[in-house]
Ligand binder design. Structure first.
Ligand SMILES: Nc1ncnc2c1ncn2[C@@H]1O[C@H](COP(=O)(O)OS(=O)(=O)O)[C@@H](OP(=O)(O)O)[C@H]1O
Ligand SMILES: [Mg+2]
Ligand SMILES: [Mg+2]
Ligand SMILES: [Mg+2]
Length: 349
């Protein structure tokens, strides 16, 4: 089955959302940032991006039954204080749509925006089609002025079949080493992949796409690895122990968001290690787009025990301990190093 029509819609949705986010990041005001009930940040751009993607997908693919599993909901916007923020979000969405021009003079009301945001409440699952969206992945990076991504995937019968990953701050050239400035040179990448057809990258400003491949390095001494920027999101001490066992010499490259999957897909580094602290449950929108972008580029992504990632279980990924990604040649030795390091740490696999 081909997903060409869906891919065109996904690329358009992710690119337009990137435009909205870039505008907000340039002029971010403290009042644009809210705190969610779990204390994590959310901005007008997270909401605006979710509303925009939902609107574009439904306009581009009108004949589909629309199901969207997305991170944000409108709960905090439906209060007195939320009203002013909702108006700012609505203006952002309408301005971005107007700058593109493809939907004529259609102007969304605040109610339309609330509805578009809340269309992301689907539970996903193993049957039928579900879009999966992280409207801004790496909100903390977004607030710091660093890396973030708009991550959109499509599940069909529980499998990820396409992904569009917009990384507005990612340089077009490699960020493979820790001492390179991640904001150096021309920036803004759109990665996209359709199952069975490989992964492509194009500049967000629309120039032509190139096919990308993961690194072929099989000597760990030459490999470098990516991990979360935020120490609270992944145990840096554990990844350092794994890297040491494996013989990796380079220091970790720490960048926010699924931009790590994009960078890995084009061979900027060879390994991605992600070990959240005990009790944290991974959400499907934090990995779906990145997963297909890296696997279609020849990479392998598993949990820490080597099991495939299962996107068919609803809004969460049920997995063992962590997520590791590399090329097929390095995976066996990486799994061994992971197992040994976890055993030393006293964890039972
Ligand atoms: N405690 C904890 N442990 C693990 N992961 C967590 C945790 N808290 C949040 N998150 C999720 O991490 C998402 C950001 O991705 P990264 O970890 O790759 O980014 S970062 O480098 O740490 O900034 C981030 O995604 P966004 O909320 O979309 O930014 C969260 O879903
Ligand atoms: Mg968040
Ligand atoms: Mg996220
Ligand atoms: Mg997010």
């Amino acid at each position: 089955m081909s997903y060409d029509k869906e891919l065109v819609a996904a690329k358009k949705a992710a690119s337009l959302s990137a435009r909205l986010c870039q505008k907000v990041q340039k002029a971010l005001l403290q009042s644009d940032v809210q705190s969610k009930s779990d204390k994590s940040p959310v901005t007008v751009a997270d909401y605006g991006s979710q509303a925009l993607v939902s609107f574009v997908l439904q306009r581009e693919l009108p004949s589909e039954t629309f199901s969207l599993v997305a991170e944000e909901d409108s709960g905090d916007l439906c209060t007195n204080e939320g009203q002013e923020i909702l108006e700012r979000i609505t203006k952002l969405v309408n301005d971005t749509l107007a700058s593109d021009g493809s939907y004529g003079v259609s102007t969304l009301s605040t109610e339309d925006v609330l509805k578009a945001i809340d269309s992301g409440k689907s539970e996903g699952g193993s049957h039928g089609r579900h879009w999966v969206l992280d409207p801004i992945d790496g909100t903390k990076g977004f607030l710091r002025g660093d890396q973030y991504a708009i991550a959109l995937g499509l599940l069909e019968e529980g499998k990820v079949v396409l992904g569009a990953l917009a990384c507005p701050n990612l340089p077009l050239s490699s960020i493979g080493s820790a001492n390179q400035s991640p904001l150096h040179g021309e920036i803004g990448c759109l990665f996209f992949a359709e199952v069975g057809t490989g992964t492509y990258m194009q500049p967000l400003n629309g120039a032509s796409a190139v096919k990308v491949q993961v690194s072929a390095i099989d000597n760990p001494e030459e490999a470098s690895f990516f991990e979360s920027y935020e120490a609270a999101h992944s145990m840096h001490d554990l990844s350092s122990s794994i890297a040491k066992k494996l013989g990796v010499k380079a220091p970790p490259v720490r960048i926010d968001s699924q931009a790590k999957y994009g960078a890995l897909a084009r061979g900027d580094g060879t390994i991605y290690l992600r070990f959240p602290r005990k009790g944290y449950r991974e959400k499907i929108w934090d990995h779906a787009a990145g997963y297909i972008v890296v696997t279609e580029a020849g990479g392998v992504a598993t949990d820490a025990a080597g099991n495939p990632l299962d996107f068919s279980k609803g809004r969460y990924l049920d997995l063992d301990t962590g997520i590791i990604v590399t090329n097929p040649k390095l995976m066996p030795s990486l799994l061994k190093a992971v197992r040994e390091s976890l055993d030393e740490k006293g964890s039972s696999l």
